[in-house]
Every structure is written in C-alpha cells, then in structure tokens.
Design a binder for this molecule. Sequence first.
Ligand code: SAH
Length: 251
Amino acid sequence: MQYKVNKLQIVSYFAGLKELNLFQKFELRFERREMNHLKDTFKHKGMRKNLISQLQEKGIKSKEILDAFESIPRHFFLDLAFEEQAYSNMAFQIGSGQTISHPYTVAFQSELLEIQKGDKVLEIGTGSGFQTCILCALGAKVFSIERHRDLHLKAKQIIHFFNFNPKLFFGDGYQGNQSYAPYDKILVTCGAPEIPTELKKQLKVGGIMVIPVGEGIEQKMLKIKKLSDYEFNLREFGTFKFVPMLERTVK
Ligand code: SAH
C-alpha cells in the first residue's frame, strides 16, 4: 500500500531553512513531525504481527480481517506519543472524550458482519477512522457518520493517506443516511440504549446489523438479521464496553 508522504518538504526543510521566516520554519517542523507519525517502520510491522497473533489467540479466524489489520498501521490513527500503545490490545483516547475501539472489538465486529467485497456498509461512529479503513480494506463500500465535527475532520485527513474512498458524513447516526439506503450491512461502534428504528428501516432485507445495545456502561453485542420488512432475528455475542451513542451533533 502507498502512503502519500511528501518528501519534497523534507528536502526544502534542509535546503531552505535559513531563508524561511519563523512561521514557515514552524510549519515545516510540524509537517516533519506529522510525517514521522505516518512512518511505518519494521518495528511497527513487528508490533502489528504480534497484535495479529493475539487476535488469532482470542478467536479471530478470518484471513481477510487479519490481512486487513496487517495492511492498516493503527499507529497512524493515534498521536505520536502513543504509538507503542497502538499495538497493544486496548482502546485509546482520540480526543473529544472519545476512544478508538479495542483492536479485538474491531476485528470481532467485522467478523460478525460477514463482509463480502462490494457490500454497502453504513458505519455509525467514524471516530478515528481506523474501523472505516478496515472495512474499506475488506472491499466494502463504506458510508460512515460521526457526530463530533473535529473527529469527522481528523478522520477525513488520515483516511486520505490510504487509497480508500469512503463517504464520510458529519451528522447524527440515529437518523442513518436515507440517501444511500438500503445497506447490506450496518455497524454501530458506540453503545446504543436501543436499536434505532431508522437503522432497522435502512437495512436491506437479508442484511446484517451489528450493534452493542445497553443503557449502562456495558452493552450486549447483537447481530441482527433482517428477515423481512418487519421480522428480525437477534443473536447475542457477549458483553462489551463502548462510549455511548448520543443524539444530535457536536460542532
Ligand atoms: N470506529 C471508531 C470507534 C470510535 S468510538 C474507531 O475505530 O475509532 C465511537 C464513536 O461514535 C465516537 O467517535 C462518538 O463520537 C461516535 N458517536 C456517538 N454517538 C453517535 C451518533 N449518534 N452518531 C454518530 N456518531 C456517534
């Protein structure tokens, strides 16, 4: 996979430093720092292999999902200071009081979704954009909604480094996105107090929704199959802890 890292800026940093004003120097230093953050070294690849073994030990079987984890550097989605933690199996702060999901949770939800190449997938809670990229790497056409404007914009930027083209929306996931409905799959990555009616409507008959449901700090992971316009089959897959699904947007 190719990442768009701009080498020209490194060259101009060394070549022209003396002629630049203070602001430009700061900008270039900042960009160099950003570029370091987007470097994928042997050390990162090694840590990623380790994480993949842990996911396998915890029961993730899908080769496509494990390959997707290998191809998407998770540390790109965290601040430079936290890159060691990027490959430990933990959730992590991404700003605005939100977290990037636990790698196992991302892998587990992806497995429950049974993604096929070309599936139209609606994701609620773009967050860092990591899960969005995993879905794209699995060959899905992704539509993702985030209620925090700053997270939506940040995710947009980082997703640009990959050659993926998901449609990213700033909005309230409770409403789904009627314009592109129906969806083959719907993934909710925040804890919902109940299954949002609009999302049930926007799921294709025969489609699958994966959603953590519960009012408190813990939620039951539900896999919901839509059998007909009015019939749904629900199965439970253990207890998880997500940040809450909240109504309305935050600017
Ligand atoms: N998939 C993300 C998980 C982020 S945590 C990742 O891998 O990083 C869940 C996200 O859901 C948060 O960013 C939160 O702001 C968002 N969220 C909560 N309620 C929402 C809603 N009603 N609509 C859209 N996004 C919502």
